[in-house]
Ligand binder design. Structure first.
Ligand code: G4P
Length: 522
């Protein structure tokens, strides 16, 4: 019998992995895909990354600096669940991309290096998750190496993140003697992840003999203490973002990953409600709705295509259906939506709420776009961050100004940079949140458009979106400040200031003008 919409939706788990670089996000992703049968051999995610790197020149940046620039999605099935992992760039210069990706997930896995604890990026990403009430499952990785005491790590999570912890498993052994996990509530144990099923045991004492003699009593004592002293897992508290279930493991050596996948299936929520301008959309609503949170170009240089990654928020997407693009009101044929697996893409004949599909297009779709089956509705909340760095693009060959304009427009639509056109007609200003984005822009303008460019300081360093309750106030400000006003890609006005001081000064002089650092796409 065909699966109902409600059944299909309830099986979906869409999540991101958040971590400080080097904590093991890539390795864990690889293992999740491996156990999910999406790849045959671990190593393929990295191998794939390498292949892609050699494909196009701008990705040299990634290779040279050893960072992951590419965000993408990967789907796999495990037991009864369909998992969509949304990958996020680890480097903070691409933070805006990461934040937008986090608008498209229902849960997150926070990977912590057992020796290092909470690191700065982890903290920052966690804060974004908290703002959005995204429930978090914690995976303490690298238990096969010298690590901190598990209680100490739990304390750090509680203190630094103000998040209750509920250890679900406890590590059996440490570093060289680490050999599996003990389930605190169920009294079961699992060695490495090659053991698909856990083994029922009669308390921690019954697994202690897996350890060298001199470590046994300590293991029994601390496990008993964990059972007694740690909070029991409360799913409601987890779903509200107040509590995180904690797992210990080693992604590299295949420990704890199965515990984690099972937890994602069991604890993580199915696709959440999404807020739109006219109503709240429920995942099980019949009609399809979706929003675009990411555009990626040149996934396959042979096709020079752009892929818009759309998170389906409700209903069912069927290949060939027509969707209404809210921004323009135009119809768009979804002729070739795609799913992404570790090493391949596949046409998506049917996709459900929670799924993420790639929609190939030639510039029709932008970040923040809403797609519906006809309803006039716009999803809120995909953020656009005011840039930290503003530059003018200097072209070596002035004859190519028109080509540059087109190229910058495309890059801005993809979210690589933001583009601001000054009202006084002076050349466009590009804005980025991190310097590496400028490097990406430069490389791509050269590789894809044959445009050698350099960047010049702009006289502005701060940018804010502006609005006013009274249109006349805004009009007046726009006229008086014409030399400091520009329009973004959507034509929305921004105020450009020399520095934070002059921004504050103008904000005080014009109290009716709202100046905001984050704009939500509309
Ligand atoms: P990231 O995506 O979060 O940046 O981390 P990644 O998975 O690339 O892992 C960073 C390094 O940590 C890698 O080593 C990886 O092999 C190692 N690692 C990941 N998980 C574990 C674990 O559970 N135990 C141990 N001992 N190491 C782990 P590398 O030498 O930097 O890279 P590679 O040459 O091994 O690829």
């Amino acid at each position: 019998m065909a699966e109902s919409l409600a059944e299909a939706v309830s099986r979906r788990r869409t999540f991101a992995i958040i971590a400080h670089p080097d904590a093991g996000k890539t390795t864990l992703t690889e293992k999740l895909l491996l156990f999910g049968g999406a790849i045959q051999l671990a190593g393929e995610v990295k191998a794939k990354k390498d292949r892609m790197q050699t494909r196009s020149d701008w990705m040299k940046i990634e290779r040279e600096r050893g960072i992951s620039v590419v965000t993408s999605v990967m789907t796999f099935e495990y037991n009864d669940n369909v998992f969509n992992i949304l990958d996020t760039p680890g480097h903070e210069d691409f933070a805006d991309d990461t934040y937008r990706t986090l608008t498209a997930v229902d849960a997150a896995v926070m990977v912590i290096d057992a020796a290092k604890g909470i690191e700065p990026r982890t903290l920052k990403l966690f804060e974004v998750c908290r703002m959005r009430d995204i429930p978090i499952i914690t995976f303490i990785n690298k238990m096969d190496r010298e690590s901190r005491d598990p209680f100490e790590i739990l304390d750090e999570v509680e203190e630094k993140l103000a998040l209750d912890t509920a250890p679900i498993t406890w590590p059996i052994g440490r570093s060289k003697t680490f050999c599996g996990s003990y389930h605190l509530a169920n009294s079961t144990a699992r060695g490495s992840d090659t053991e698909v099923e856990t083994t029922p045991v009669n308390g921690p004492r019954a697994v202690a003999d897996r350890l060298p003699e001199n470590e046994r009593q300590a293991f029994i004592d601390e496990t008993e203490l964990a059972i007694e002293a740690c909070r029991p897992f409360d799913r409601d508290s987890f779903l509200e973002g107040h509590m995180t279930p904690v797992f210990f493991g080693s992604a590299l050596r295949n420990y704890g990953v199965r515990d984690l996948i099972n937890a994602l299936g069991e604890f993580a929520p199915p696709p959440r409600d999404q807020v739109a301008d006219t109503r709240t959309v429920h995942a099980t609503d019949d009609k399809m709705t979706a929003f675009v949170f990411k555009i990626q170009a040149n996934m396959d240089p042979n096709h020079r295509d752009r892929i818009a990654f759309a998170r389906i928020c409700s209903g069912k997407l069927e290949r060939g259906m027509k969707a209404r693009l809210a921004r323009t009101g135009k119809q768009l044929g979804l002729t070739a939506p795609q799913f992404f697996f570790a090493s391949q893409r596949q046409l998506a004949d049917t996709a459900y709420a929670g799924d993420v599909v790639g929609i190939p297009n030639h510039g029709t779709l932008r970040i923040g776009d809403t797609l519906t089956e006809g309803e006039s509705l716009v999803f809120q909340g995909v953020p656009n961050f005011s840039p930290e760095i503003l530059r003018r693009v200097r072209l070596e060959d002035a004859m190519k100004a028109k080509k540059l304009k087109e190229a910058l427009q495309q890059m801005a639509e993809e979210g690589v940079v933001q583009l601001f056109s000054p009202e006084d007609g002076s050349p466009a200003i590009v804005g980025v949140v991190g310097a590496l984005q400028l490097d990406v822009l430069k490389e791509r303008l050269m590789a894809e458009y044959g445009l050698p460019v350099s960047f010049e300081m702009s006289r502005f360093s701060v940018c804010r979106w502006i609005s006013a309750d009274q249109p006349a106030d805004l009009e007046k400000f726009l006229t008086v400040k014409r030399g400091d006003i520009a329009r973004d890609l959507d034509g929305d006005p921004v105020f450009l200031a020399q520095d934070a001081f002059s921004l504050r000064y103008e904000a005080e002089r014009y109290p009716t003008i709202k100046m905001v650092a984050i704009k939500e796409y509309h």
